[in-house]
Write a protein that binds this ligand. Structure first.
Ligand code: MN
Length: 227
């Protein structure tokens, strides 16, 4: 039993050697074509399993399937954002309203960089570090995500993500996490981060509205192409 709802591996958007020398073509191809694809396949497998379980009305294994879905779906989303966060030979620092929000939340871009770097280097096991917009607070946070899906706030939207799984850097940087972070930071496409910030700021969870009030408000349509 399968479902008609499936995730797809999005186009990388640039050649495998586009980020060299900071990120080798061999590492980028392995990371995208093997590791990211495994997340897409895993998420689709979980959806198919859930469809099969619904068909026979047997949900005995639902705890394991829900965990698999969260792990693979989150991995797919984070990798998709990661590829678009990167740009060869960029060097443009964050500007505009994003820079103002960074200053408001962290004091300065340099202060954000220090915190982000510390979170990345100290991360235990496999995971990600994200700069995200906390929608209920209206502020930016740095979070350590364990594996692909744990240890992050429910209402946070990732804007800038760093893959700290060993598969993301070990082939080129071995144990030198600091060096991986430094090269990552120099490749950030801040225009992409700013676009995500503009979209995230529009998120309204309607936590402070009375029941039913929000039903009549205008809701921005979901845009799957924004991933
Ligand atoms: Mn990865």
């Amino acid at each position: 039993m399968t479902t008609s709802i499936h995730f797809e591996l999005p186009a990388l958007g640039y050649a495998y050697d586009a980020l060299e020398p900071a990120y080798s073509a061999e590492l980028l191809e392995l990371h995208y074509a093997v590791h990211h694809r495994a997340c897409v396949d895993g998420a689709n497998r979980a959806l198919d399993t859930l469809a099969a379980m619904r068909a026979i009305g047997d949900f005995n294994r639902i705890n394991q399937v829900e965990k698999d879905l969260a792990f693979h779906l989150s991995g797919h989303v984070l990798h998709s954002i990661f590829w678009r966060n990167l740009e060869p030979n960029d060097g443009t620092p964050p500007g505009g309203r994003l820079e103002a929000a960074i200053r408001s939340s962290f004091g300065s871009v340099e202060s954000l960089r220090h915190q982000f770097s510390a979170a990345a280097i100290a991360l235990q096991g496999a995971g990600w570090v994200t700069l995200c917009w906390e929608t209920t607070l209206g502020a930016l946070l740095v979070q350590q995500v364990r594996d692909n899906q744990d240890n992050s706030g429910t209402a946070t939207l990732p804007l800038l993500v760093l893959d700290m799984w060993e598969h993301a850097y070990y082939l080129q940087y071995s144990h030198r996490k600091e060096l991986w972070f430094l090269h990552f930071w120099d490749m950030i496409n801040w225009a992409d981060v700013h676009r995500r910030f503009d979209n995230a700021e529009c998120a309204d969870l309607a936590l402070d509205q009375a029941p039913m009030q929000h039903v009549h408000s205008v809701v921005t349509p979901f845009r799957r192409d924004r991933l």
